[in-house]
Design a protein around this ligand. Structure first.
Ligand SMILES: CC(C)(COP(=O)(O)OP(=O)(O)OC[C@H]1O[C@@H](n2cnc3c(N)ncnc32)[C@H](O)[C@@H]1OP(=O)(O)O)[C@@H](O)C(=O)NCCC(=O)NCCS
Length: 193
């Protein structure tokens, strides 16, 4: 069982989701085409029952560390983040996130969540590397990963289906040791020493 331990930052905390008490907003985010276009499974089943089952499965999976993103100020659930498919021998994992509440976009929460989860994975779980694939047009995500210290290492051509088109994906990675300034917010440091 691999639930991400509580990780608290300046404005948000990463904390396990209770599958029996999911916020109704979660199911609404997962119907939003603006959100879905950037996800690996845009055509998945995101009904409330399927989400409950997904969270149960993630919480029980030893290879995945899945967590909600909650505002410290109000406790509001604004998104999710996952350190996934941990390879126990190579000590690497993929990372993906979602700030589902669109009103929260552009306020630095995605960057802070990524910063906290990356630090947790590399400094506390002892992983050697995190990586992700990002739709080439997903400027906000590319920027957030870059600010936290990920580097773009290549492009997969025509990797992502977007309606009737195939679009390139950018591959990013961040290796241990995690050198970001731990005591300051990524916004203040650019996620770098
Ligand atoms: C990608 C995502 C996680 C970013 O979260 P966020 O909280 O909005 O991001 P931040 O506020 O931390 O912003 C990160 C950077 O992107 C920029 N940015 C935010 N929205 C942007 C947009 N629509 N277009 C261009 N840049 C944008 C911000 O200005 C910031 O850069 P800056 O500090 O240089 O100004 C969020 O938009 C999201 O969940 N989108 C849908 C799902 C998704 O794309 N997940 C990632 C899959 S790899």
């Amino acid at each position: 069982m691999a639930i991400m331990g509580d990780v608290t930052g300046d404005r948000i905390r990463l904390s396990a989701l209770d599958p029996e008490r999911l916020s109704p907003e979660y199911a609404l985010w997962m119907k939003d085409p603006d959100v879905l276009q950037f996800l690996a499974e845009p055509a998945g089943d995101y009904s409330p029952g399927a989400l409950r089952e997904y969270v149960r499965r993630m919480n029980a999976s030893p290879a995945d560390h899945f967590s909600g993103i909650f505002l410290n100020a109000t406790g509001e659930h604004i998104g999710n983040i996952k350190i996934g498919s941990v390879h126990p021998y190579h000590r690497r994992a993929d990372i993906g996130l979602l700030v589902g509440a669109k009103k929260m976009w552009g306020q630095g929460f995605g960057t802070e969540a990524l910063f906290l989860a990356t630090r947790y994975a590399l400094a506390e779980l002892g992983l050697n590397k995190l990586y992700a694939g990002i739709l080439v047009t997903n400027t906000a995500s590319r920027r957030a990963f870059s600010k936290v210290g990920y580097r773009e290492v290549g492009i997969y051509e025509r990797h992502w289906r977007l309606g009737d088109e195939y679009v390139d994906a950018v591959l990013v990675e961040c290796c241990a040791p995690f050198r970001a300034e731990l005591s300051k917010r990524p916004k203040e440091t650019g996620g770098r020493p």
